[in-house]
Design a protein. Structure first.
Length: 195
């Protein structure tokens, strides 16, 4: 039997990570289970370094087991234990990392079929994590509300994040969009929310 899957998206600083952490902490305390944080961020610049440090400080009070996994999500599988409460933060960072990994001397974004294979593998890994965990929460940034970009690679990124959001929401038990620190449930326990 698979564990619960919750998908949370929202804009930058919308409170999505904090809300995801609260959901999992409450469940893990009740179940007396382990908290696991799969981190996709890379400290590539000073701003990202500060954001990572803030997330680490936010989690310091709880005993989170952190798995640094900026790409190749499947490599995190051996570290997930039965009935873990798992947070993967975040899909958008993972996608950028994967699109710009090199394969045969080129970036994945430049190769036909490359991202299709990575997306398939990621979705299979999410399914495997669900089979082990009690609850998996996936966090993603809402970037599709922004003005369309004239740049080819940015358009490709937007297309991919849109596809992945749709696939993950379809698989999810709950789908939440965060605005101003408030959760808007678009899907709850298999039901589409009516607004």
């Amino acid at each position: 039997m698979s564990g619960k899957l919750t998908f949370i998206s929202g804009g930058v600083r919308s409170g999505k990570s904090a809300y995801a952490e609260k959901l999992l902490i409450k469940g893990a305390i009740t179940a007396e289970s382990r908290l696991v944080y799969i981190a996709s961020g890379r400290a590539v610049d000073e701003e990202m370094k500060k954001r990572i440090e803030k997330h680490q400080l936010d989690r310091a009070e709880q005993a989170w087991t952190t798995i640094e996994q900026p790409a190749n999500l499947y490599e995190a599988l051996p570290f997930i234990q039965q009935n873990d409460f798992v947070l993967w933060d975040c899909l958008t960072t993972w996608l950028a990392n994967e699109l710009y990994t090199k394969q045969d001397g080129q970036f994945c974004i430049q190769l036909d079929g490359c991202m299709e294979n990575k997306a398939k593998q990621m979705l299979e890994t999410v399914d495997e994590i669900r089979k082990k965990s009690a609850h998996l929460v996936i966090v993603s940034n809402e970037v599709l509300d922004e003005f369309p970009s004239p740049y080819k690679e940015t358009k490709k990124y937007s297309e991919w994040i849109g596809r992945l959001h749709q696939k993950l929401v379809a698989l999810s038990d709950d789908a939440i969009e965060m605005d101003y620190g408030l959760p808007q449930y678009w899907k709850r326990e298999g039901q589409v929310a009516v607004r």
